[in-house]
Design a protein around this ligand. Structure first.
Ligand code: PEP
Ligand code: MG
Length: 584
């Protein structure tokens, strides 16, 4: 039966496909696709782990003291029975051989399926066996951990999966959409190389990092759809309307036809925009506008160049640090990654932001900041995290400085608020240069920039401009911290308002002060890629926008139609209104 669910529209377009559910209760296992050639080996990993658990339980049973309660022996019997359960074994095999899920993903997916059946059982005793199944699955997962399960399999790095890698049966050409309670930014990176046509999650806000990565992949996505992962079942047909923020489950043929039509319209619009790729971004009154790309990985520069970005305005370096079980990239690995990005941009400037770990970007999916900190967004995040570990920060700074010998590099520092933080950062950069001098290693010049993303920074612009060559306004966090709205919390998403007068005035003041002092300023938060904001930002004097490459052409279209001279007075009126959104 058709039903619809509402969430937040975070990445435009329409996706129609069958649901792939990522087991929400075990979001901490790795999810990736294995090559066709590795399917047997993956099935073998589960088999080996299952045999090991069987042996373990048999041994436990054998060694039970004579006076052990009878229930304990019976329970171990149940566990042994579950380990031989045909539905579990064949289901897991099916997910691996037909869908090419990695072993852990296959196991947790099959667990979720069987667990649902347990939930529906009338018999209380049988219903309670779900907990036993869970324990058995946990044991197998624990055993598999030691059997070499790379978080990100090398085989897939840098290439897209082919459809034959994914599906071998008659569903071969059916697009797949991913449905999950939540997807960690690290998992999103893995999915970046897969064939998913769309994403839907129960939680998350418009500028949560999961939403940002979905947008950077230019794949339709809806987040904050509450109980989507419970109501949608594996293999259900789902329409993801990334423009309206709606999920339609099990659509009727008429609805399918309507959305098929919308999807084609969207594709036509994209083709039209594609013609602007080589058109310079100049307004009607001759103002040159820089449209730069936000990237997460060096490979993203390919898309950035392709879409006509004139540089990288924000390389979120933290994505090099995430999902590695705490093993941070060393200087050489970072240097090579930054150099790859610089070379990928073919002489265009690259702004590398120092690591912004913390809050909704934990180092690992296992270490959710929320579990250890009361207010992770206000905690040890970004530059605070870097300054708390000078050797780690110096490693990154040396890598960036060395990479700067290969092209134009700007070094951008996130989340600064205090003069003391600025002083410490600048002195660590000097120290990193001195270390390179001592080792006789070559490095290049960098322009130094600060993110303006905490209201305190936006209120201290003169002080910031004494230390920095340029500023970049991180509107995602500036909105979060100005309005006290957690950007990742869907329950307050309606209050996360980029057009709040307080936010707009901080943005306007930053642009104006940089203009007075003749220093470059950009916006690199999601506001820069939001076409409904382009005219206002141009009217406020912004000449440099950095956004996910998928938005560049749509923003360019707005730029080509704008006359900044005419927008200036209107923009002032907007920011001084109590309800600017009504004037936009
Ligand atoms: C921002 O806060 O606007 C920004 C660009 O940084 P991030 O989204 O990575 O926090
Ligand atoms: Mg930020």
């Amino acid at each position: 039966m058709t039903f619809s669910l509402h969430g937040l529209a975070v990445s435009r377009g329409i996706a129609i496909g069958r649901a792939v559910l990522v087991a929400s209760s075990r979001a901490d296992v790795a999810h990736y696709f294995v090559d066709a050639s590795k399917v047997e080996a993956e099935i073998q990993r589960v088999r080996v782990a299952r045999n090991a658990v069987t042996e373990e339980i048999t041994r436990l049973q054998r060694d039970l003291p004579a006076d052990a309660p009878h229930e304990l022996a019976a329970l171990l019997d149940v566990h042994l029975m579950l380990l031989q359960d045909e539905q579990l074994i064949s289901g897991v095999k099916g997910w691996i051989s037909e869908r090419h899920y990695n072993a852990e993903w296959a196991l947790t997916t099959q667990y979720e399926q069987i667990a649902r059946q347990f939930d529906e059982m009338q018999d209380e005793y049988l219903r309670e066996r779900k907990a036993d199944l869970e324990q058995v699955v946990e044991r197998i997962l624990r055993h598999m951990k030691g059997v070499g399960s790379p978080v990100q399999p090398k085989a897939h790095a840098g290439r897209k999966l082919q459809s034959q890698d994914l599906l071998l049966d008659d569903t071969m050409d059916v697009p797949l959409v991913l449905v999950a309670h939540d997807i960690s930014p690290a998992d999103m990176l893995q999915f970046k190389q897969s064939l998913f046509a769309g994403f839907a999650t129960d939680v998350g806000g418009r500028t949560s990092h999961t939403a940002i990565v979905a947008r950077s992949m230019d794949i339709p996505a809806v987040v904050g759809a509450r109980s989507a992962s419970q109501l949608i079942k594996q293999d259900d047909w789902v329409i993801i309307d990334g423009d309206a923020g709606v999920l339609i489950v099990d659509p009727s043929p008429i609805i399918l036809a309507e959305y098929g039509f919308k999807q084609r319209q969207g594709e036509l619009e994209r083709e039209r925009l594609n013609r602007l790729r080589h058109t310079p971004a100049v307004t009607l009154d001759g103002q040159k506008i820089e449209l730069l790309a936000n990237i997460e990985m060096p490979e993203d520069t390919v898309g950035a160049v392709h879409t006509g970005a004139v540089g990288v305005g924000l390389f979120r370096s933290e994505f090099l640090f995430m999902g590695r079980s705490g093993r941070l990239p060393d200087e050489e690995e970072q240097y090579l990654a930054y150099r790859q990005a610089i070379e990928g941009m073919q002489g265009l400037p690259v702004t590398i932001r120092t690591v912004d770990i913390g809050s909704d970007k934990p180092l690992d999916r296992h270490t959710k900041a929320q579990e250890t900190h009361l207010n992770p967004a206000l905690g040890l995040r970004a530059i605070r995290w870097s300054l708390a570990d000078p050797p780690m920060f110096l490693t990154q700074l040396r890598a960036i400085l060395r990479a700067a010998a290969h092209g134009q590099v700007n070094l951008l520092v996130p989340m600064l608020a205090h003069a003391s933080e600025i002083r410490q950062t600048v002195s660590l950069i000097d120290h990193a240069r001195a270390q390179l001098d001592n080792k006789g290693q070559a490095y290049g010049p960098v322009k130094l920039g600060a993110m303006i993303e905490i209201p305190a920074a936006a209120l201290m612009l003169k002080m910031f401009l004494r230390h920095f060559d340029f500023l970049s306004i991180g509107t995602n966090d500036l909105i979060q911290y100005t309005l006290a709205i957690d950007r990742a919390d869907e329950s307050v998403a309606h209050l996360y308002d980029p057009c709040h007068p307080a936010v707009l005035r901080l943005v306007a003041d930053t642009i104006a002060e940089c203009d007075v002092q003749g220093k470059p300023v950009s916006v690199c938060g999601e506001m820069a890629g939001d076409v409904s904001m382009t005219r206002l930002l141009l009217g406020l004097g912004l000449r440099c926008f950095s956004m996910h490459p998928s938005q560049i052409l749509a923003v360019k279209q707005q730029v080509l139609r704008a006359d900044t001279g005419k927008l200036k007075a209107w923009a002032q009126q907007v920011i001084h209104s109590d309800e600017p959104a009504l004037l936009l």
